[in-house]
Design a binder for this molecule. Structure first.
Ligand SMILES: CC(C)(COP(=O)(O)OP(=O)(O)OC[C@H]1O[C@@H](n2cnc3c(N)ncnc32)[C@H](O)[C@@H]1OP(=O)(O)O)[C@@H](O)C(=O)NCCC(=O)NCCS
Length: 179
C-alpha cells in the first residue's frame, strides 16, 4: 500500500536552507506556478529536444508545458507527491516533484529556470528530494536519452541506468541506489 509523507520530515524541511547559501528549498504552493510559468517553456526544452531533430512546434511545446503545469497542480493536491521549490528572495526559480506512491519513489520532474542553470539550485533540489526518501529507498527518474546535461547531473548524483529494460526507445530510466 502507498505510504503518506512522513510529516516530521516535511515540517523540518519548510525553513531549511540547503543550497550553497543562495536558495531556500520549501514546499510548493499554487502561486509558484504563476512565477514559473513565464519561463517554463524555455526551461523544459532541453528535456524534450533531441540533437539533430527538428525543434518542437509552438503547438507541441504549448501542449507539453500544459502537461507539466497539470502535473505540478496535481502534485500539490496529491498526498503521495511532494513539490519542492527553489526560492530566491521569495521567487520560485525551480522545482522538483517527488512521487512517493510506489515503494521506489519517483522523481517526476526536476527543473531549474534558465538563468539559474549551473548555479547550484538543481543540487539543492536534489539533496532535498533525497532527504524526503527513506534512508534505504532508491529514487527513480525517467529522462530523454538525448538530455546529456541532465544525465550527467543524475550520474553525479549516483543515478545509474539498469542494465536491462532501462532504455525504451529514447527514454532512459535511471535509479539512485541508497548510500
Ligand atoms: C537537469 C537540470 C535540473 C540540471 O541542473 P543544472 O544546473 O544544469 O546542473 P549542474 O550544472 O549542476 O550539472 C550539469 C552537468 O552537466 C554538464 N553539462 C553541461 N552542459 C552539458 C552538455 N551539453 N552535455 C553534457 N553535459 C553537460 C555540466 O558540466 C555538469 O556536469 P559536471 O558537474 O560534471 O561538470 C537542468 O539542466 C534543467 O532544468 N534541465 C531542463 C529540465 C530537465 O531536463 N530535467 C531533467 C528531466 S526531469
Amino acid at each position: 500500500m502507498a505510504r503518506a509523507w512522513p510529516g516530521a520530515i516535511l515540517d523540518d524541511m519548510e525553513c531549511k536552507s540547503t543550497s550553497p547559501d543562495r536558495y531556500r528549498i520549501r514546499t510548493g504552493r499554487a502561486e509558484d506556478l504563476k512565477a514559473l510559468r513565464a519561463h517554463l517553456d524555455e526551461a523544459i526544452r532541453p528535456a524534450l529536444v533531441e540533437p539533430g531533430c527538428k525543434p518542437l512546434s509552438g503547438h507541441d511545446s504549448a501542449c507539453i508545458v500544459a502537461s507539466v503545469e497539470a502535473a505540478f497542480a496535481q502534485a500539490l493536491r496529491d498526498r503521495h507527491q511532494k513539490v519542492l521549490i527553489g526560492d530566491l528572495d521569495g521567487r520560485a526559480c525551480g522545482f522538483a516533484i517527488v512521487d512517493h506512491a510506489n515503494p521506489v519513489p519517483d522523481l517526476r520532474w526536476i527543473v531549474v529556470l534558465p538563468e539559474h542553470v549551473g548555479g547550484g539550485l538543481a543540487q539543492a533540489l536534489m539533496d532535498a528530494a533525497v532527504r524526503l526518501c527513506p534512508a534505504n529507498a532508491s529514487l527513480s527518474v525517467v529522462v530523454s536519452a538525448g538530455n546529456r546535461r541532465a544525465i550527467r547531473f543524475f550520474r553525479r548524483n549516483h543515478f545509474v541506468e539498469k542494465a536491462a529494460g532501462s532504455r525504451i526507445g529514447r527514454i532512459l530510466r535511471m535509479s539512485r541506489q541508497p548510500a
